[in-house]
Write a protein that binds this ligand. Structure first.
Ligand code: CTP
Ligand code: MN
Ligand code: MN
Ligand code: MN
Length: 389
C-alpha cells in the first residue's frame, strides 16, 4: 500500500490519546456512515455497539490523508471488529453503505430518534413510549399527554419548546447567553472567571446547548453564588425552566471508594436551564416561524415572539478543580473516555472532572491549567480544536 511518507502507522497506534481529531478532516464520506451507525445504536439503546462505531469514526477522522483502499487501514488500532471495516470497504467501493440506507428508513429508528431528542426523554423512556403506547412523534405525546402521565417536569418543557430546542444554537447566541450570565454575575460578586466549554470551545459553529463553566479566585468563594445567580436570572425573565443540582463533591466518594470504576458523572453544583434568550429580528430563523408546538399554555404569536428557548448548562467549579473541569466539559465525550481509560489502565491514576488521583500514592495531583493536566498525564498538549473525537 502506498501511504504518504509523513504518516507513521506505529506512532498513530502507539497511544490513541495522542491523535488529533480536527473538525475538518480528509474522510467525510467514510466517517458519515460510521457516525450514522453510532447514532442508530445510541437511539436503539445499544451503547456498546454505538461506541464501536464512534471509535472507528474517530480513528478515520484522525488520519492525515484521504483513504482510497482498504489496505491503507491495515493494522490501524481503533477500527474495531470486522463489521466496521465492512462498512468502510463497501463505502469505498460503492460510495455508500446499503445497511445505512435500510436502517435510516426504519420506522422504529425514526420514531425513537425523535422521541429521544425531546429534552427529558432518554433512549429507554423513548423505547417504552414507543413499544407500550405506540408513540412515534411529539404530536403523539401531546395527544396522549394525560394518559402518559409523564412525571418529569423537563419533558413538558422539552415538548413545549420542541421546535426551539431542536434548532441548532449558533456561536453568536452562545456568546449572547454568556454575556447575560457574565453581567448578572458581575452584579453579585466580582473576580470570577467564565468560559464556554463543550462543542463551541472545540470550534464547532453550532451546538445543541451552551455549556458554561464559572469559578472564583479561591476555593469556597463560589459557595452560594449559583442560587443567587438563578434568582437574578429568573427575576430578569431569562429563565423558562431550571433544575439545580447541589454539589456532592467529596474526595473520598469521588476518588477512593471505587478507584477502578471510571466515574463519568461529576459532582459539581450545576443548573440545567432552558433560557428565554432575547433575539434581534434577523436572529429568528425562517423555520421557527412555521414549526411550533403549543401545549397547555399557548405561545405568544410569532409576531410578538422576540426570543427563543435555549438549553444552557451552568457549572460552578471550585478554583482548584478548574483545569480538570474545563478539560472534562470541553470533551468530546469520546476523547474524555479515551483519556480516562488511558489514565486508569496505563498510569494507575483516576481522571475525572474534579482531578487526577494517583492510586498508588493515594493523593490528588494538582493542576493550574489544561496544559498542566496534559503534563500530569504524560501527554503533549492538545488544542481544543483537535479534541473532536
Ligand atoms: N459532560 C459532563 N457531564 C455531564 C454532561 C456533559 O462531563 N453531565 C461533558 C461531556 O464529556 C461533554 C461536554 O461535557 O464532552 C459537553 O457535553 P454536551 O453538551 O453533551 O456535548 P457537546 O460536545 O457540547 O456537544 P453539543 O454541541 O451537541 O452540545
Ligand atoms: Mn454542549
Ligand atoms: Mn451540555
Ligand atoms: Mn489500553
Amino acid at each position: 500500500a502506498k501511504l504518504p511518507k509523513k504518516f507513521e502507522k506505529n506512532r498513530f497506534n502507539e497511544n490513541i490519546c495522542e491523535r488529533n481529531a480536527p473538525l475538518q478532516h480528509h474522510n467525510q464520506v467514510l466517517v458519515e456512515p460510521l457516525l450514522f451507525l453510532n447514532e442508530y445504536w445510541t437511539v436503539m439503546g445499544d451503547e456498546r455497539r454505538a461506541l464501536a462505531y464512534s471509535k472507528a469514526a474517530a480513528t478515520i477522522k484522525c488520519l492525515p490523508f484521504t483513504v482510497t483502499t482498504l489496505t491503507e487501514l491495515d493494522d490501524l488500532k481503533g477500527l474495531g471488529s470486522g463489521h466496521c471495516l465492512k462498512v468502510i470497504q463497501e463505502t469505498l467501493e460503492r460510495g455508500h453503505c446499503q445497511e445505512v440506507i435500510v436502517k435510516r428508513d426504519s420506522m422504529k429508528f425514526q420514531s425513537l430518534k425523535i422521541l429521544s431528542s425531546v429534552y427529558g426523554i432518554g433512549p429507554s423512556l423513548a423505547l417504552k413510549l414507543h413499544s407500550n403506547h405506540g408513540v412515534s412523534s411529539v404530536q403523539d405525546i401531546l395527544k396522549l399527554w394525560n394518559q402518559l402521565a409523564l412525571a418529569d417536569e423537563r419533558i413538558k418543557v422539552g415538548v413545549t419548546y420542541y421546535a426551539d430546542l431542536s434548532t441548532p444554537v449558533s456561536c453568536t447566541l452562545a456568546k449572547k447567553i454568556k454575556g447575560i450570565v457574565e453581567y448578572e454575575l458581575s452584579i453579585i460578586k466580582d473576580d470570577f472567571r467564565i468560559e464556554i466549554a463543550g462543542g463551541f470551545r472545540r470550534g464547532k459553529k453550532n451546538g445543541h446547548d451552551v455549556d458554561i463553566l464559572i469559578t472564583y479566585t479561591t476555593d469556597g468563594e463560589e459557595k452560594g453564588i449559583l442560587s443567587s445567580l438563578m434568582k437574578h436570572l429568573n427575576h430578569k425573565g431569562y429563565i423558562l425552566h431550571w433544575r439545580l443540582e447541589k454539589s456532592s463533591f467529596d474526595e473520598e466518594a469521588v476518588f477512593t471508594r471505587s478507584p477502578d470504576q471510571i466515574s463519568v458523572m461529576d459532582h459539581f453544583e450545576k443548573s440545567f436551564c432552558v433560557f428565554k434568550c432575547p433575539l434581534q429580528g434577523n436572529e429568528i430563523p425562517e423555520t421557527e416561524r412555521t414549526i411550533r408546538i403549543d401545549v397547555n399554555e399557548p405561545f405568544p404569536s410569532q409576531e410578538q415572539r422576540n426570543w427563543r428557548a435555549i438549553r444552557v448548562d451552568l457549572i460552578m467549579v471550585p478554583k482548584s478543580q478548574w483545569a480538570y473541569a474545563l478539560l472534562g466539559w470541553t470533551g468530546s465525550k469520546l476523547f474524555m473516555r479515551m483519556l480516562r481509560h488511558y489514565s486508569n489502565a496505563h498510569l494507575q491514576k483516576t481522571l475525572n472532572s474534579h482531578g487526577l488521583w494517583d492510586k498508588r500514592e493515594n493523593k490528588l495531583i494538582p493542576a493550574e491549567s489544561e496544559e498542566d493536566v496534559f503534563k500530569n498525564l504524560g501527554l503533549s498538549y492538545k488544542d481544543p480544536s483537535h479534541r473532536n473525537f
